[in-house]
Unconditional design. Sequence first.
Lengths: 746, 746
Amino acid sequence: MFLNKRITIKTACIFYMLFFSISIFAQQPADFVNPFIGTSNYGATFPGPIAPRGMASISPFNVAGKQNKLEKDSQWLSNPYVNENTFLTGFSQVNISGVGCPELGVLILMPTTGAVETNHLKYGSAYRNEVAKAAYYSVDIDKYNVKAEFTASKRVGVSKFTFPKGQSNILLNLGLGLTNEEGAMVKVVSSTEIEGMRSVGSFCYNSPEDAYPVYFVAKFSKPADKFGVWKKPSKYEGTEAQWMTYNGKTRMMDNTIKTVVGDSIGTYFTYKFNKQETVEVKIGISYVSIENARENLEKETGNKSFEAVYKDTYNEWNEELSKILVEGGSGDDKTIFYTALYHTLIHPNTLNDYNGEYPVIKRTKIAKTEDTRYTTFSLWDTYRNMHPLTSLVYPKQQSDMIKSMLEMYDENGWLPKWELNSTETFTMVGDPASIVIVDACLKGIQDFDIYKAYYAMLKGADQIENNPLRPGLKEYIEKGYLSTNYRGPVSTTQEYNTSDYAISLLAKALGKKDDYNRFTKRSLSYRKLYDSDLKLLRPRTANGKWYEPFDPVSGANFEENVGFIEGNAWQYAFMVPHDIKGLIKLMGGEKEFSDQLQKVFDIKQFDMANEPDIANPYLFNYVKGDEWKAQEMVKKLVKEYFQNKPKGLPGNDDTGTMSAWLVYSMMGIYPISPGDPIYTITTPMFDKITIKLDPKYYKKENIVIEKEINTDGKINSIELNGKTLNSFFISHEDFVNGKTLKVIQN
Amino acid sequence: MFLNKRITIKTACIFYMLFFSISIFAQQPADFVNPFIGTSNYGATFPGPIAPRGMASISPFNVAGKQNKLEKDSQWLSNPYVNENTFLTGFSQVNISGVGCPELGVLILMPTTGAVETNHLKYGSAYRNEVAKAAYYSVDIDKYNVKAEFTASKRVGVSKFTFPKGQSNILLNLGLGLTNEEGAMVKVVSSTEIEGMRSVGSFCYNSPEDAYPVYFVAKFSKPADKFGVWKKPSKYEGTEAQWMTYNGKTRMMDNTIKTVVGDSIGTYFTYKFNKQETVEVKIGISYVSIENARENLEKETGNKSFEAVYKDTYNEWNEELSKILVEGGSGDDKTIFYTALYHTLIHPNTLNDYNGEYPVIKRTKIAKTEDTRYTTFSLWDTYRNMHPLTSLVYPKQQSDMIKSMLEMYDENGWLPKWELNSTETFTMVGDPASIVIVDACLKGIQDFDIYKAYYAMLKGADQIENNPLRPGLKEYIEKGYLSTNYRGPVSTTQEYNTSDYAISLLAKALGKKDDYNRFTKRSLSYRKLYDSDLKLLRPRTANGKWYEPFDPVSGANFEENVGFIEGNAWQYAFMVPHDIKGLIKLMGGEKEFSDQLQKVFDIKQFDMANEPDIANPYLFNYVKGDEWKAQEMVKKLVKEYFQNKPKGLPGNDDTGTMSAWLVYSMMGIYPISPGDPIYTITTPMFDKITIKLDPKYYKKENIVIEKEINTDGKINSIELNGKTLNSFFISHEDFVNGKTLKVIQN
């Protein structure tokens, strides 16, 4: 009996460990992360592991091959993984999350068994049992009966393959990739090591001359019994092709340590196992050199096991995510919240190597930083809420991001617009860097060279000729708007206005009165595009006439149209966050404004999936008495578009912008006018939200948002430290210096 | 008057220096070298500088572009330079001399002026004032008014460009090349340095999987005002091509230090000169790594000026060429002689880096040597006379070559057949390595592992299955010949016979009586292919019947034919050098033999341009009384085919084989039966020839060949140290231990 009892206890323990460990210990914020959210419905996130703001990441790559519903070459597809797809061709080691153009998705590792096959369309496989968590992803590969597990440190992807008995292979395909660039170089250093590079770049089909290398070193935990490089050369077309019996055929180069270059090359590491065995592969990444990739690998993961790397990165995630603690709400609420926060912590990401080195813009030299050099600045998206969120919760990161932007100014002569891995891609329109910097600065992040930043902004705002940030600036300054001679002239005018407003705020803070007046005036020039008949903004031609014919609905769903970028007149109608009061006046008063705003939703022109109108729901707060509409609309949109499902993002995450919208919306506050240190308030979706504040930047240890009565009713009053606020707006200063913001519902 | 006198003296001095320096000082052997010899008539030599057995070499590259009479892509063309061509597209930094397949001819440097143009068909130019000497080449480039000068050390090419005032550019084109391989990698390290690699290989369309990198580092004497990399990417064909406005267009990447890979890439270094200026470019080469290329450059040419490098390499050449001193003869005689000797000192060439490292066959690892690792073993050609010449005059080099061959055996399991830069290309037929080794060994070069060499030979001669050296070996052993099931069965049988004879000689020397008997017997099996009706060798089918229809003339001029490789029945009729006495018997006696031999010439089937029959003229020496025919024929052939002109070689130099034939022929001796340490004698073409002997291998300091009466008459008698020889043959031992070989004419 005693014996039996012992066994029972032991069994119970195992049972407990196996089945309850998740639920028992899953109270940590990191445990709520579901990396599958956004992997469908063009969310463009990936489910594989990455460290917070990591350089390396691993994604299952299932967008090659006609078996897949969404195939990378058959349409515009910007992600390495699509949840509905079924045919897996490996695991890419560098990836971008939530963008709208195909890029990176290269260095594709794949375990196979049997004879070496180098054509991914042949070696690809169905798969099952996907598991994705913060810092971990695993999957079973049907064709080979191989279990594949992945984790990552900041600059190193770690893969662990469990192979059955027999011949096993680990392929590193340097041809296949999501990027449209081609070209790679590889050298097998030994039976446990590979080094090389892969060309990537021309993001969104811009700046092809700046296409750049990602360098790597791969180390294997077990020496291969055989290794080699394959190369499928391009077909020779000349006279001599007749003597080249091998023309265009894949070459298998066994056990060679020579350097091989080509557009379609890869390596195979082959094992003969007498029993089930595991092999771990660590792949260090660098944008500087192979040597740095090797050092990154050694310093970050040198002697660490897969489990140790996973644990450390999990802990990093947990620490970052714990900066905001939520109480109340359902498990799904916490999951979408923490997953969104997780998605805001992917980009901007680390560019510099472990030793601090990074390539400057245009790659004219290698520089070195003591802090973090950040990259992947999708500023047209992120200025709206992602950077304001970072300023609030991760101000040191925001500070380093601004320092990175100023470095880019030093290197390139211009603040960034859409920077990716030290390439200025000039994607999208506007001059959003100014807004990001001013927003942070006015929120108290000031440990950077503010004057340099100010003059960098002025350069972008004032230099008429050869200004890559603000095309059409001359016309904008002269007329107040861009005419239809330029791309998306109304949108661009609005963006310039918003930037100019941010600059005016900093000018004011710096006592630059003339600049303040000048930029304040400039920031309102969108009004010249206001068509009072339509109550919409509308493009004008170069001679000042309204552009005809004009269809305000044209331009939805990313359709090209004259006047607007990625949107139409309805979607852009309210995108003057700094002058909503002016817009109210233009529209003829609060009621007309509120009606027109409501109409955007009623006629289904509101686009939750893109940035121009994402602040719209909050604009009802500008109309006394209509604030409940903001509360209801935000609640409705969260429910409709954000879910604990792969399709639980409304479209491209836009490097965390959609996710930041959700994080703010669930906390009940929103940075309604980027640049302006102010939040507007709706109903929090948790009972209590505690934001830990960084003592280096903020006086208080934390700020708590509480919801007093958890009903579906409207907000009755809002209290800061027990004192009722007399509006639905609160300054950043009041907020972070408060203790408790209490939202009291009916 | 005094003053005037002084001026006169001074003027005279300048005059003397300018115009007489060449003739006054040009008494050195190196001064007689005319590198233009062989640059026309498919000689396939190049006129640019190379050090003795150098790894690096520079050749003007004028075989691209339709302006050229002979264009590399419009026909089979195996050389980077053709004397008749007129359109120059640069200067290649690694080249092969005198081979029959296009290879290397890459890393093409080109000076231009004005705006940077990267298309060689556009930046190419006419040129004039070519000067070529040992270790030096210069040319004026019409289009740019640039003087280009070149020299080289063993592993480094040195270029010196004199630019006019204005914008000047130095392009390094890594796309253009003579090789059929593609793919390169490049990284500009700084405004004075470039590093990278270029893929080359699949020589003669063999072993494509062994295509390999040539690594390089280029250093510029002046920092560029601007530099960059260009890349012409392949054209993208997918759906996304519609968004790629830059699709397939050349990208100019200014001032970047990133690594760029591609099939069509290059670098530009640009200068703005206020006056005429010179820039020197040193390009170090390595087949191991970029680091080694850099070390080669630093150690060989680090601080040396162009002039210093030239002087050192010139001196090296002079020292090597001075191993044979000739007296008498015309200037042209000396020129064709020393140029031929120069051509025998190009290949085999050095493979190892300055630090001794080199890639092993198949590039599975890097090995290290204390001596020299040689490469470029065109053995089917060179076993006949080039290696025998090297054994006589440069025995240390020959010893290192044998050691290199034995290393290849260790690395690859087989002695080399046609090895190029650690790639076994398996070009041509036969098993010639054995002959080379035995020949050297029996001449007294024995400082290598003779037993290992012996067993390596036996492996090639005896392993029936999977024998890459001797296809058809089973049939050969069983029947004594290859049937028409195999390629060139008669030729191949003859080659195997010759190799077997060499092995039998070594077996005898080693006291291996059984092997001696076995291989002696095998060496005579060609006799089964003797058709006594035709008095020619003739192919047999697998069932032993003569192959029908049979045209003995078919196969001339490299025409494909059944039976023979690169020749026909007439050209191969006498290629049994080890059994001429047997052949005489087969043919029915000396007269019949002599008549048939004479017929080869009379019916114009003798081919001076290829190897199978090049010993033919000397075979008259086997017929008592007909030796004068050998003397006349050799003299006639030298006069007809070897001249101080670009077309002064009878065809491909075959890595020095044609040149070695000339060197021997002009010295009046010929290694008539390779493997057998014996020479046959004709009339020397100089009054006195002094061959310095290497004291490490030979007892005497030198051996002198003298011609006593310089008429055009027949040889009357031959004396060794005053003692009359009773034949036209002399053993190597007698020769090198003699003091004077005097050939006395009528």
